[in-house]
Design a protein around this ligand. Structure first.
Ligand code: MCN
Length: 799
């Protein structure tokens, strides 16, 4: 079941919002006409290669650059001492910033180029600049680094035992201790519980896999002191702010532009050392500079995701009502604190542990651990998949403990439909929801009644079918600034836009988000065309360039529709209000009597007295027939800062068949019913769910960043790190319900991370359900054939 996309010309203007029109960005992406960072060619451009640590943890005894520097075509070789000098702008610190602060956070220095110690394989040591990329890489190989190896640790729980101390300022490798909820109340709940269920989980480290590796082109003009940086960014304005501080260049003389970046999945939100280094080099050598990471380099240095080790317990009363949840997590933060890292396993995790359930007592404690892996930060879902994984994995043994059907156990514990807005015990207020509705639709789509019979029959034939549920919730539409401020964020979380009519009547909509695959050029044009009543084709969308767009907070946390889209509505409304005054002036009516619909202003009660908004736009620039006190032109800027997150939700159900002999897992069905509020474009929503589920299945069955005992990455290429291919991803049956968010003008909730948040536990629950006759209740992700085989090996099916 898949939604057909529609040619926008076949859609009535009045129906453009909510139509499944084709993505306008696809032709360029599919024909090679789109411009990525690596396509950028500038005159006199030179190339950078970064010398990286070969070891997971080592002291630097010496870095010998003379041979590399003497090679033909090498422009320069720079190490820590060249960058981090007292007389360099920025005071020579060049430490990378951390945007979110926690009370107990141990701030550690993160130099752009390592000083006397490297803390993960891939830590940057030196930068080589050469006339071409090949020479740069050859010269990088010629830099001789003298290492003294140190003990390394990659497992966060082991790191806390004090192995391999990473930072002088972080005793026992503890980055922070954090808790949320009510410990006493939760203790009492467990003391009074009639039943409990427990689980131990690992949520493995994942490597994001964007199509274009991280890359940057920097161009400095010494005459104007202007520094242009084209880079794989999800977050140009914030990167401009942070980079200006890191390299000491004035923010207003720094331009960050993100053309097509090949996706990001969160990995391009953070401020990395490498892009700042490229900017520094361009300024230092006064020539345009390009750096494109090799695939292996991105595997070793992109911020990774997840990395949790968790113990969790559920307390129930005698009827099966959940009365308490206790969670204890150790989170891997990698070698240094990445920009948003402290927020991910805390505020984006602990606050979502209540899931779709009405749980009266919750307590969660999290310890962040430094380890010898790259910094760990946001990866699609960022904290919310980990939370959903805990509660939805726990719901299975919870139901079993009660002898209840897993769907019914969930249903009886759902936050009821009439309880919204619902304040959880972990500090968030769910905006709206109807959890039974998505469950019911999913049960129908999967034909649950027939399934248990099918399962019985299959078992009798020696075939093992399993069903897994995931009733997920997430918080997205990342804003509001007030809340972010309370949580220690060092930036606001509003979004800003500018809607501009040109004199000919066409429109450009500028938005501070920075789409990188989500179809914003299409959906934003739908929003603006609908608000202004102009043809969809006449609206152009511009994102991702700090020189063109006044302000912005970027794209992550599935915020663009709810926050960016709402900002566009607000700007468009301001445009309409100004246009109404011009129309009233021209129609010789009171603005209060002028109605606006479908792009036409009409005098109430006199439908023949009307003028279209494009004609008004033209008049606004001619400026000789507008109200006296009015400035010419027709455009408006707005900042939109909502009251709350939005809370999309849904039910995903996986049905798998597991062969305990070969360990193979095959999908029988995958049903996804998501509620993302009103849908601007159902085809794009479906595409986002498909992509997200594929990544979630990737985590459940295939992907893992694996390190050896020396912290060497052993899954450092696409041959070893198993990103699922099309044949690994099942046909999905997608459905949806609509529960509007009450607090944004579009009534939308985000969808960009929904599938990734929902899928892993649906699959793992399905596999454990299939293996239930073998007594298997725990199996770690990725569930490889070997793991299945080992789990079931030697056991006999009870039936
Ligand atoms: N949309 C809609 N109706 C809704 C909600 C959203 O039509 N009710 C549309 C939006 O207008 C937008 C798209 O769906 O075109 C996604 O919107 P939203 O959920 O607001 O998410 P963002 O645009 O902010 O995207 C961020 C999100 C995240 S956090 C990750 S990670 C992610 C993702 O999007 N990375 C992606 N999807 C990705 N898709 C691609 N192709 N590549 C990535 O790197």
């Amino acid at each position: 079941m898949s939604i057909e996309s529609i040619d926008p010309e076949e859609v009535d203007a009045a129906d453009i919002l909510g139509s499944a029109i084709e993505r306008r960005e696809d032709p360029a992406l599919l024909t090679g006409d789109a411009e990525y960072i690596d396509d950028i060619q500038l005159q006199e451009m030179i190339h950078v290669a970064i010398v990286r640590s070969q070891h997971g943890h080592a002291k630097l005894e010496g870095v010998e650059t003379s041979e590399a520097a003497a090679m033909d075509g090498v422009v320069g070789v720079y190490t820590h001492d060249d960058l981090h000098r007292e007389d360099t702008p920025g005071g020579g610190s060049y430490s990378l910033p951390v945007g979110w602060l926690l009370d107990s956070l141990r701030q550690v220095d993160h130099p752009i180029l390592a000083d006397d110690r490297v803390r993960y394989q891939g830590d940057a040591i030196a930068v080589v600049v050469a006339e071409d990329r090949y020479t740069a890489h050859d010269a990088a190989d010629a830099v001789a680094v003298d290492y003294e190896r140190l003990d390394a640790v990659t497992d966060p729980a082991e790191a806390l035992e004090g192995d391999a101390a990473l930072h002088d300022d972080a005793d026992g490798n503890v980055a922070f201790d954090w808790e949320i909820g009510d410990a006493d109340r939760t203790k009492e709940a467990f003391e009074s519980a009639a039943h409990t269920a427990s689980i131990e989980l690992e949520n493995q480290l994942l490597i994001p896999n964007a199509m274009e590796p991280r890359a940057a082109v920097a161009d400095y003009n010494p005459g104007t002191n202007e520094l242009d940086v084209f880079m794989t960014s999800q977050n140009p304005h914030l990167h401009r702010l942070l980079m200006s501080g890191v390299i000491g260049h004035p923010e207003h003389k720094l331009r960050i532009k993100a053309p097509e970046v090949g996706g990001g999945f969160g990995s391009k939100i953070h401020h990395y050392a490498d892009e700042a280094l490229v900017a520094w080099v361009a300024k230092h050598v006064e020539r345009p500079v390009k750096w494109t990471a090799t695939r292996t380099e991105t595997y070793k240095t992109d911020a990774q995701g997840r990395g949790h080790v968790t113990e969790a317990d559920l307390a129930m009363d005698e009827d099966g009502d959940i009365i308490g949840l206790r969670v204890d997590t150790t989170a891997n933060l990698g070698a240094y604190l990445s920009t948003f890292a402290p927020a991910v396993p805390t505020y984006l995790y602990g606050t979502l542990l209540s899931g779709q359930y009405d749980i009266p007592a919750i307590h969660c404690s999290v310890t962040g651990a430094f380890t010898n892996v790259p910094p760990v930060d946001a990866y699609r879902g960022a904290g919310r998949p980990e939370a959903s994984f805990v509660i939805e994995r726990l719901a299975k043994p919870g139901a079993e403990e009660m002898g209840m059907d897993p769907a019914e156990f969930r249903r009886r514990n759902f936050v009821p439909e009439d309880a919204f807005p619902y304040e959880t015990q972990v500090a968030v207020v769910y905006d709206s929801g109807d959890y039974e509705k998505t469950l019911d639709e999913a049960l129908e789509m999967v034909d649950y009644e027939a399934f248990r019979e099918r399962q019985e029959q299959a078992r009798a034939e020696g075939r093992y079918l399993g069903i897994g549920f995931s009733c997920y919730i997430e918080a997205c539409g990342l804003a509001p600034s007030e809340l972010a401020g309370q949580l220690g964020a060092q930036a606001g979380l509003w979004e800003s836009s500018l809607v501009r009519f040109h004199p000919s009547g066409t429109v450009t909509a500028y938005c501070g988000t920075s789409g990188h695959g989500q179809g914003h050029a299409t959906t934003y044009a739908q929003i603006v065309a609908n608000e202004l009543g102009v043809p969809y084709e006449d609206v152009e969308v511009v994102e991702g360039d700090t020189d063109e767009i006044p302000h912005g907070m970027g794209t992550y946390g599935s915020r663009s529709a709810a926050v960016g889209g709402s900002s566009l509505v607000k700007s468009a409304e301001k445009v309409v209000e100004k246009a109404r005054e011009i129309a009233a002036h021209q129609l010789e009516a009171d603005p209060a009597d002028v109605e606006f619909e479908g792009g036409e202003f009409r005098v109430a009660g006199a439908p023949d007295r009307s003028i279209g908004i494009t004609a008004v736009a033209q008049q606004s620039y001619l400026a000789h027939d507008i109200p006296d006190d009015m400035e010419p032109g027709l455009e408006a800027t707005s900042f939109y800062d909502p009251d709350n997150f939005v809370f999309p939700f849904g039910t995903h159900v996986a049905v798998v068949e597991v062969d305990p002999d070969s360990g193979e897992i095959e999908f029988d069905q995958y049903v996804a019913v998501d509620d993302v509020g009103n849908q601007i474009n159902p085809k794009i929503v479906e595409g986002q769910v498909h992509g997200g589920v594929a990544q979630g299945i990737g985590q459940a069955l295939y992907e893992s960043a694996e390190y050896d005992s020396n912290a060497q990455l052993v899954t450092g290429s696409m041959q070893d790190y198993a990103v699922p291919k099309a044949m690994h991803v099942p046909e999905m049956d997608t459905g949806s319900t609509v529960t509007e968010s009450p607090h944004n003008p579009l009534g939308v909730k985000g969808v960009g991370e929904a599938g990734t948040i929902a899928a892993p536990q649906a699959v793992v629950n399905a596999v454990t359900d299939a293996l239930e006759p073998f007594g298997v209740d725990r199996i770690e992700m990725p569930i490889t054939a070997e793991r299945v085989w080992n789990a079931a090996d030697g056991r006999t099916a009870a039936d």
